[in-house]
Design a protein around this ligand. Structure first.
Ligand code: TMP
Length: 212
């Protein structure tokens, strides 16, 4: 057994299907006998979910720096209160977004200093690094349209504060992820989203099987 209880992160642009894939992966690992928790960033604890609501509320008039610190505050709480205790117990942790999202969104798209972001990421994550990261790659226009459609259909919403950013912003996010994947090819695996969630999942399963 290569990894007894990996810390798996799932990344991707808006509408890339992270949630569906995380659920499929959780089910698969549980069937294999692993104990698994699914969590997300920003979020995963009561405090971090409060912070999430502030960040994503279109009425929040946040500066880029304030936004960065809120993501990191939510992460610091989540890592200490939730992720580390579960990893210590031998549970597999699947996290919907983690530090790579901050590099892609606040670094590449908001244009904040990447070495500052790396320092804050490392402080807020207390030395915890993902065993493996799946980056779900989707055309930003397609993904955004899907995310906006789902929001409207299910919640009657116009999209959160980040989804409302321009196409250009979301293209920079994608560029950020792809560059990160190039920099850390052993950890970050690019999975192109396929025509159906099942087809995409097959690709993810192969990657995960290889690290178990
Ligand atoms: P989600 O809707 O995919 O759960 O993520 C919430 C939004 O927050 C999404 O638009 C990506 C963004 N985000 C950042 O900008 N920086 C971060 O560090 C994280 C974790 C998410």
């Amino acid at each position: 057994m290569k990894n007894k209880n990996p810390f798996i992160t799932i990344e991707g642009g808006e509408g890339s299907g992270k949630t569906t894939q995380s659920l499929l992966l959780k089910k698969y690992l549980e069937q294999k006998g692993y104990s698994v928790v699914l969590t997300r960033e920003p979020g995963g604890t009561v405090l971090s979910e409060y912070i999430r609501n502030i960040i994503l509320d279109p009425k929040s008039n946040l500066t880029s720096e304030a936004e960065l610190f809120l993501y990191e505050a939510a992460r610091a709480q989540h890592v200490q209160e939730f992720i580390i205790p579960f990893l210590k117990k031998g549970t597999v942790v699947i996290c919907d977004r983690f530090t790579d999202a901050t590099v892609a969104y606040q670094g590449y798209a908001r244009k904040l200093n990447i070495s500052l972001i790396n320092k804050l990421n490392s402080t807020a994550s207390f030395g915890i690094k993902p065993t493996i990261t799946i980056y779900l790659d989707i055309n930003p226009l397609k993904g955004l349209n899907k995310a906006k459609y789902l929001n409207k259909e299910f919640y009657g919403l116009q999209g959160d504060r980040i989804e409302r950013e321009s196409l250009n912003f979301h293209e920079d996010v994608r560029k950020g992820y792809l560059e990160q994947a190039k920099k850390y090819p052993n950890r970050i695996k690019i999975v192109k989203t396929q025509n159906s969630p099942e087809q995409t999942y097959k690709l993810i399963k192969k990657i995960i099987d290889a690290i178990l």
